[in-house]
Design a binder for this molecule. Structure first.
Ligand code: DX5
Ligand code: ZN
Length: 225
């Protein structure tokens, strides 16, 4: 059994001291940096783009997971690759030509991911699943940190896991939104392998300890079969 990964979302970090957040991820038991790009169109909020990611990636000693919550992300794949992304995730809802965008990410030599909003059915993945390294199941509506986990996501995780198993695909399932110690075990048992956590980590008095506790969760191994 391979164990799960923890990916702190820097959206919830104190941007006055971004260096500390980067250091925390580098030195803690965290596995990935999760970086949320928002354009004010696909989602109501605007966060940061290539420039900030380049600064982070320069000091990052771990996988840089870039989550693009932007319209028509194909226009920006190459520039986020140059900024230092290790993997890029695009939203199925934001791509008219999803298959093409996935190939574009892979041609840059990066891991490719597709994200689904809470209302988007898993069937949207059927014609790209074999090409994916990650499937990101949004467990809140994207756009903001600190929202409440949507419990209907649990059966959706199982459906995604079943699709991956039936098609013998390699993709791992990432969960994003409202994840913390209160629900991590449930999502892991439903099929998640990567836990994205923003406020649960950076809102805590001791972020490294929360990361350690998230890593230490002992989920039912049967769930990984
Ligand atoms: C939401 C972003 C998330 C966000 C998660 O649109 O994709 O990555 O930072 O934040 P929490 O863990 O606070 O819900
Ligand atoms: Zn995210």
């Amino acid at each position: 059994m391979r164990s799960h990964l923890v990916a702190p979302s820097l959206l919830a970090a104190d941007f006055r001291r971004l260096d500390r957040a980067v250091e925390l991820v580098n030195t803690s038991e965290a596995d990935w940096f999760h970086l949320d790009v928002m354009d004010g169109r696909f989602v109501p909020n605007i966060s940061f783009g290539q420039f900030i990611i380049e600064q982070i990636a320069r000091d990052a000693e771990k996988y840089v997971d870039v989550h693009l919550m932007i319209e028509d992300p194909g226009r920006y794949v190459e520039s986020f690759a140059r900024a230092g992304a290790s993997g890029i995730t695009v939203h199925a809802e934001a791509c008219t030509h999803l298959h093409r965008v996935v190939q574009q990410i892979r041609e840059c030599g990066l891991k490719a991911g597709v994200a689904l909003n809470p209302h988007t059915p898993v069937s949207q993945l059927e014609n790209v699943i074999e090409d994916l390294d990650t499937v990101l199941i949004m467990t809140v509506n994207p756009g903001f940190g600190g929202q409440q986990f949507i419990y209907q996501s649990i059966p959706k995780l199982r459906q995604t896991r079943d699709l991956i198993t039936v098609r013998n695909a390699r993709a791992v399932i990432e969960v994003d939104g409202g994840i913390g110690l209160q629900n991590a075990q449930k999502v892991l048992e439903a099929g998640a392998r990567v836990l994205v956590a923003g406020s649960a980590v950076f809102g805590a008095d001791d972020p490294a300890e929360v990361i350690r506790q998230l890593k230490a969760i002992d989920a039912n191994p049967v769930a990984y079969v």
